[in-house]
Ligand binder design. Structure first.
Ligand SMILES: [Fe+2]
Length: 442
């Protein structure tokens, strides 16, 4: 908002133009009021200073005018009984002039309206932007075809705006995509679809860069539930789970983002098999992925996983290696484990096998860091066939007894930490004893 002291002269002192079409001066008139009138009035604020000429009216409007003619601001005029349309009429016909005060550079967008006056003035926003109104009218046909006409004008406008801003075709729009989160994810999914198709054509592997491209477009949910990994002082982490989850009532299902954005899910699933260390002869079995961004998880043990995980970090960052307490057999609590030196895994080099059921954390890091942790949900074999089929369609390597056994053998049994070993590593500095920050596993 910009404070302006410039006086605005009334747009016209007479009403001689036709109801529609061109005015005498050649400018367009939008119904009774000129486009310019809408634009001007929509830029006003509650504190725009105004002045009325002495009461020139007759009949009922004379009584109403008498109520607000002494008003010194737009807000005051509305409070004293001016109808919103009176503002347009009085301004266009020269009864109201603007002396200065707070005036916007651009008409107020309905979604930005914060005061009662803003709400009133913003209802002509589309009148002040005839091109946007025309685009909205053109879009109506698509909304009708998609049975989205129950969306009110404001939401239709939002859909139109998001589709233009994010490059989503209007006929791909759904009501669920009205939030910026959904819209951004749709864009990420389209990017993933393109990458998958070109990789297929070129018979090439999915690269780290492919994943980063999609991750940068993905909008992360603020996850307030992952208390076990949440760095101290945070109230949420940027974390989503794709693939299989076990609900509290015991049902198994594929998470909503994996169903709504299957190309993103498929891309990550292909990537992990393409990039896993070649020393493993079998595809890595998993059912789910924890997708994380911009946080370093504190020391924790993953709850309810079956078998080992494959974790990797992507992006442009320094630090952020994975601390893995490989011999954690739960005989020590997490605070005690901080006395023991962990094995440090550089997960920026690609997918790395570790057992998320044993304590792990992530070093602090600087920069942009995403992490993908592939794991199997506990008792995954109970998932209904329909859910398993969906996961397999998305290129999930659903665990078999043989594949799970193979990878279980790659992570030797935890030996536990003896008190001698604890003493030997107790020289770790007190700074390092602080609970290290970490991501959703890696
Ligand atoms: Fe974890």
């Amino acid at each position: 908002m910009v404070a302006s002291n410039k006086a605005q002269k009334p747009a016209n002192k007479t009403i001689k133009e036709k109801k529609d079409g061109e005015k005498k001066d050649g400018s367009k008139a939008n119904g009774f009021y000129h486009d310019e009138t809408y634009k001007t009035v929509c830029c006003w604020t509650a504190n725009t200073r105004i002045k009325y000429v002495p009461n020139p009216k007759s009949g009922k409007s004379r009584i109403r005018y008498a109520g607000y003619e002494k008003a010194k601001t737009v807000e005051e005029s509305l409070k004293k009984g001016s109808f919103p349309l009176d503002l347009l009429f009085d301004y266009q016909t020269g009864k109201l002039s603007v002396l200065g005060g707070e005036i916007r550079k651009e008409p107020i967008d309905p979604s930005k309206a914060t005061t009662h006056t803003d709400t009133i003035l913003s209802k002509w926003y589309y009148r002040a932007h005839p091109a946007k109104l025309q685009a909205l009218r053109d879009a109506e046909k698509v909304f009708e075809e998609k049975s989205l006409t129950k969306m009110n004008l404001k939401n239709q406008a939002k859909a139109l705006d998001l589709s233009e801003r994010l490059g989503i075709k209007l006929d791909e729009f759904s009501e669920g995509m009205l939030s910026e989160l959904d819209a951004a994810r749709k864009v990420a999914d389209q990017e993933a679809e393109k990458i998958l198709a070109s990789a297929e054509r070129q018979r090439r592997k999915i690269s780290d860069q492919d994943c980063v491209k999609v991750l940068r477009k993905w909008a992360f949910r603020k996850n307030e539930a992952r208390l076990n990994v949440m760095p101290e002082g945070s109230s949420f982490v940027h974390s989503d789970t794709l693939g299989l989850i076990r609900c509290r009532d015991g049902r198994y299902m594929a998470t909503e983002p994996s169903v709504l954005y299957p190309n993103v899910f498929t891309l990550f699933n292909k990537w992990v098999q393409d990039q896993k260390p070649s020393k493993y002869q079998k595809p890595f079995p998993f059912t789910s992925i924890s997708v994380n961004y911009a946080y370093a998880a504190k020391i924790h043990r993953d709850q309810g996983n079956h078998g080992p995980s494959m974790g990797a970090a992507l992006g442009n960052f320094t630090g952020g290696r994975l601390n893995a307490w490989e011999d954690d057999n739960k005989s020590l609590d997490l605070d005690q484990l901080l006395e023991v030196k962990p094995k440090v895994l550089d997960v920026s080099k690609g997918p790395t096998l570790f057992d998320g059921r044993r304590a792990h954390s992530v070093e602090p890091f600087k920069g942009e860091r995403f992490s993908l942790v592939f794991f199997s949900a506990g008792k995954y074999w109970k998932a209904p066939k329909k859910v398993q089929d969906f996961l397999k369609q998305c290129k999930v390597e659903f665990p078999s007894d043989a594949s799970m056994e193979y990878y279980m053998k790659q992570t030797p049994a935890a030996k536990g930490y003896s008190s001698e070993k604890r003493k030997a590593t107790a020289s770790i500095s007190s700074a390092k004893r602080q609970r290290t920050l970490a991501s959703g596993g890696a």
